[in-house]
Design a protein around this ligand. Structure first.
Ligand code: ADP
Length: 460
């Protein structure tokens, strides 16, 4: 039988360009698909950060087509600078989306599935079903549109609509029109053969007013073709047994060595060197989504207990100010690091006992999976992918893998932290819990199979 052919269209991919979780997925899912015998290829813009010579490169043997246009993509950042989004983002990604289809023709690659991701690629299913509708080249090509975060929809002013090259008839409430503006994600959802998102719970949540960001109605109409598949992580990248950035590598069998990392980080960050003080880590974009507002309201209570708090993150200015103030007030047991730092991140995953993820919503979340691998137990809100990957720990039955809270409220977060600290006092049970989470498997193997099943369901 001929191989299933999948073209993964993305605006970012590790190791070439990254601003968020999508890049991790694009850099690892196609590899996992190739392992399952899929002819998987990737297509992305050739940004300045992509160092390849010509119009093509590869990720561990997976072919990556690069769409070139220096005016659009040879820039310092991917989507915008300190003044905000680039003003020509619609033109840039409309161009990219057209080029994805043109490149297929040029390469004589007839994908069974074009796997589109987020608003940047949402015009692909639209073009395929309008401009290329009668093109026999794409007769057997179907589209899957994956939503990585529904809060980012690609909304533009109505006046910009002609830049898509599409007929004004499509500026209609059933397609692009969204409260007087044009909305690319909306049109992508309407025109794709199936829609997916990055966890089963988020797939249900986005059907509701609370989480759907205005697109819940459109998604309701696609409900029978809406799927949730949990992301995986690449253990070739995230693994304390092979990590060269941390003080001392470790496995479940050499668990004591985790605490060498803890002492090393305490020393490095100027905290009291004492393994008995529980260390709470947090690595996050500092945005409302990530639960910073409820954390701000209980952080003083948390820090007045016998704990150390190590934070790494960048984002909204208001949270920078708040965290700096908090760090000043609690110098003894706090280390606040307001920057992006991949090396410090790995050290924090390795050194911490607990990892805080109080998100308001979380499509999938990768940091809880990374934490598990490093033997760091998550304290997280029961939402989206967090709910699908963490189960609540019960000290009596020893069941569970983390400490969850449901209500989005400071008291609920505080009580989950307290439960975790109490559990930590039961040394042997805690050790068992740490060993258990390290053995959990969130590699791509399972999820890539789910995608193959889904591709096969929607192809003709
Ligand atoms: P999101 O994509 O919403 O930001 P995820 O949990 O899916 O959240 O992925 C975040 C990834 O980015 C994780 O790998 C996390 O370790 C990393 N990360 C976030 N902030 C920083 C930072 N300031 N420095 C280094 N890594 C970070």
């Amino acid at each position: 039988m001929e191989k299933l052919k999948v073209l993964f269209a993305t605006s970012e991919a590790v190791p070439f360009a990254k601003t968020g979780g999508l890049a991790d997925v694009a850099g690892s899912l196609p590899k996992a698909l190739a392992k399952l015998g899929v002819d998987a290829r990737v297509i992305m813009p050739k940004y300045r950060s992509v160092k390849a010579g010509g119009g093509e490169t590869a990720i561990d043997g997976v072919k990556v087509y690069l769409v070139e246009n220096d005016d659009y993509f040879n820039r310092k950042e991917l989507y915008g600078d300190k003044f905000g989004d680039y003003s020509d983002n619609l033109e840039r990604f409309a161009f990219f989306s057209r080029q994805v289809l043109e490149r297929c023709i040029k390469e004589n690659f007839r994908p069974d599935i074009i796997h589109c991701n987020d608003w940047h690629t949402a015009l692909i299913p639209v073009y395929l079903n309008t401009v290329y509708k009668y093109d026999p080249f794409f007769e057997n090509t179907r589209t899957l549109f994956t939503i990585h975060n529904i809060a980012y929809q690609g909304c533009f002013q109505k006046e910009e609509f002609p830049k898509t090259g599409l007929d004004w008839a499509l500026f209609h409430i059933h397609y692009f029109e969204f409260y007087g503006q044009m909305n690319l994600m909306k049109a992508g959802i309407v025109y794709s053969d199936a829609v997916s998102t990055v966890s089963p719970t988020y797939a249900k949540e986005i059907l509701t007013k609370e989480y759907g960001c205005g697109l819940e109605g459109v998604l309701q109409t696609k409900k029978d073709n809406l799927y949730g598949i949990l992301n995986g992580i690449d253990y070739g990248v995230w693994n304390p047994a092979t990590d060269t950035k941390i003080e001392k590598r470790y496995t479940v069998e050499t668990l004591d060595d985790k605490y060498i990392n803890k002492e090393a980080l305490q020393k490095e960050l100027g905290l009291k060197v004492d393994c008995d003080i529980p260390m709470i880590g947090m690595i996050s974009r500092l945005a409302d989504q990530k639960g910073m507002d409820i954390l701000a309201r209980v952080i003083n209570d948390i820090l007045s207990m016998k704990v150390q708090f190590v934070l790494l993150g960048t984002g909204d200015h208001k949270y920078h100010v708040l965290l700096e103030k908090m760090a000043k007030a609690h110098q003894k047991n706090t280390s606040v690091n307001l920057r992006f730092d991949a090396v410090l991140a790995e050290k924090i995953y390795a050194a911490s006992d607990l990892f805080l993820i109080p998100s308001r919503y979380e499509p999938c979340g990768l940091s809880q999976m990374i934490s598990f691998k490093y033997g760091t137990v998550p304290v997280a809100r029961k939402t989206g992918g967090l709910k699908d990957s963490i189960s609540d720990y019960d000290l009596k039955t020893k069941q569970g893998t983390g400490f969850m809270f449901e209500e989005y409220a400071p008291e609920a977060l505080f009580s989950a932290v307290r439960r975790a600290l109490t559990a930590g006092q039961h040394r042997s049970a805690w050790r068992e819990l740490v060993a258990k989470v390290m053995r959990l498997d969130f590699s791509w193997d399972v999820s890539a199979r789910e995608y193959v099943k889904l591709y096969n369901r929607i192809r003709p």
